[in-house]
Design a protein around this ligand. Structure first.
Ligand SMILES: *Cc1c(COP(=O)(O)O)cnc(C)c1O
Length: 470
């Protein structure tokens, strides 16, 4: 308008600029104070590294990686507030000031009275299931995260995934929900046989898909009717709450912190890896209602984790988590975080890269089986794509398919590659580089080759196996 009044010729590029601006997500609610250089490798370097690493990206030194999307666990950037809090760490063995700050924060955020720090989420799971499970019992979940499953099974439980039928829909708002009918059926048919129901929010193993508050509340009701504890695996609870605010009827005007509180209200136990929505590089905790259970866990943990007021963490770690838990509830932070995941998903979708839809909270999941249709399942299309992406642009991703779960894990399981986005670490220009790498790969898809496994350990083979291209 202004342009026309001044008599300047109309600008034909204006529309193009507006379209480009529309591609950006919400802006960063922070500015950058400290930077860490990254190694911009050449293709020749990367090919040599791949060969030396047996084509396993877990074996590549992180220093060589240009953009590291292996995981969002413990890889986030801390804020100036967290770094300042580190200096306040009280390293007293028992009853440190840092513990009381941490305890007050967890109580306030989740509303459960007993707070027990642990060195990671899996340590919390180990302690919890060790006290909760009688061998032979069942444990039910929307989907167990792999360490949660391993700890439930090690305690003698049969771990059963009961994802909602929506999980296999093309697009649905709450694909992370648990199947309430099947939970109710198991609880009814096996009285006294179910040790716990676990809701993983967001549902990590199912692509970071959210669980609705309605589903959480109905699960709580079922658990109460049958006297079974409800455990909420809250590792990504802030991201889950953000999706509830966006998508679930009645919650649009509620603060995310209130939604997290409403989830906490339903839980008998909260188990959390602080390496995700705790915005910390290490740590985890349990929060519980049951006095006797909390006491038994405190007694047990001294053997493996440490005294109950530090749980295997330094006082400064407890400080960083206490600050991080609150920062994760900031809605401008969450809008930017989830916006980054969507930014990458939209670029890839518009390029025609097949994805798990809608994108979840912590990463973009590419359907490698559909992307590399010329590579059969026995030649690991997910691993082939992860290798090709690294060779192309130094982008490290994670195969979530037949390498990770074993070839006989059910032929319906998709062959996925996860591009996990670390919190507050990469810019959109760096994510655009990832999309550009996919665009380049599309021009030479036929040259991407499958792999065979040449060496593998008996368990958790994805971490250390060696591959060779065919
Ligand atoms: C990471 C994670 C865990 C385990 O936590 P660690 O801190 O890695 O031990 C448990 N549950 C979920 C959903 C997770 O994502």
């Amino acid at each position: 308008m202004v342009v026309a009044e001044k008599g300047v010729a109309p600008m034909p590029r204006r529309e193009a600029v507006l379209e480009r601006l529309g591609a950006f997500g919400p802006p960063e609610p922070y500015r950058i104070k400290m930077v860490e250089p990254v190694h911009r490798s050449t293709r020749a370097e990367r090919e040599a590294q791949l060969a030396q690493a047996g084509y396993n990206l877990f074996r590549i030194p992180a220093e060589q990686v240009w953009i590291d999307l292996l995981t969002d666990s413990g890889t986030g950037a801390m804020s100036s507030g967290q770094w300042a809090a580190l200096m306040q760490g009280d390293e007293s063995y028992a009853g440190a000031r840092s513990f009381y700050r941490f305890e007050a924060t967890v109580r306030e955020v989740f509303g459960l009275p007993h707070v027990i720090p642990t060195h990671q989420g899996r340590a919390a799971e180990h302690l919890l299931f060790g006290e909760l499970v009688r061998p032979g019992q069942k444990a039910l979940a929307n989907t167990f995260f792999d360490t949660t499953r391993a700890n439930a099974e090690q305690a003698g439980a049969q771990a059963i995934d009961l994802p909602s039928p929506m999980a296999s829909e093309q697009v649905a708002p709450f694909k992370g929900d648990v199947d309430l009918d099947r939970v109710a059926a198991v609880l009814r048919s096996s009285p006294g046989e179910v040790a716990a129901v676990v809701l993983t929010v967001t549902n990590n193993a199912a692509g970071g898909q959210p669980v609705s508050l309605a589903n959480i509340r109905e699960t709580r009701d079922l658990c109460q009717q049958h006297g079974v504890p409800l455990v909420v695996d809250a590792s990504r609870i802030a991201e889950n709450a953000f999706f509830i605010k966006e998508r679930e009827d009645g919650w649009a005007s509620a603060p995310v912190a209130a939604i997290v509180g409403a989830i906490g209200e339903c839980a008998d136990v909260i188990s959390m890896s602080a390496k995700k929505d705790g915005l910390a590089n290490i740590g985890g905790f349990l929060a519980l209602r049951d006095d006797a259970l909390a006491e038994r866990i405190r007694r047990r943990m001294v053997v493996t984790e440490g005294f109950p007021t530090y749980g295997g963490l330094a006082g400064r770690d407890l400080e960083a988590i206490a600050v991080g838990l609150r920062e994760a509830l900031d809605e401008a932070y969450l809008a930017h975080r989830i916006g980054q995941v969507r930014f990458l998903a939209v670029l890839l979708r518009d390029l025609g890269v097949p994805l798990l839809e809608p994108p979840g909270g912590h990463g973009v999941f590419v359907d490698a089986g559909a992307f590399l249709q010329h590579i059969p399942r026995e030649r690991f299309p997910g691993q082939a794509l992860a290798i090709a992406l690294y060779a192309e642009a130094g982008v490290r991703s994670c195969e979530i398919g037949s390498v990770m779960f074993g070839a006989d894990s059910g032929s319906r399981r998709p062959e996925l590659v996860r591009l996990a986005i670390p919190r507050r670490v990469y810019t959109e220009a760096q994510l655009a580089l990832v999309a550009r790498a996919f665009a380049s790969l599309q021009e030479k898809l036929a040259s991407v080759r499958g792999v065979v496994i040449v060496e593998q350990p008996p368990v958790l083979r994805h971490f250390t196996a060696r591959f060779a291209p065919v």
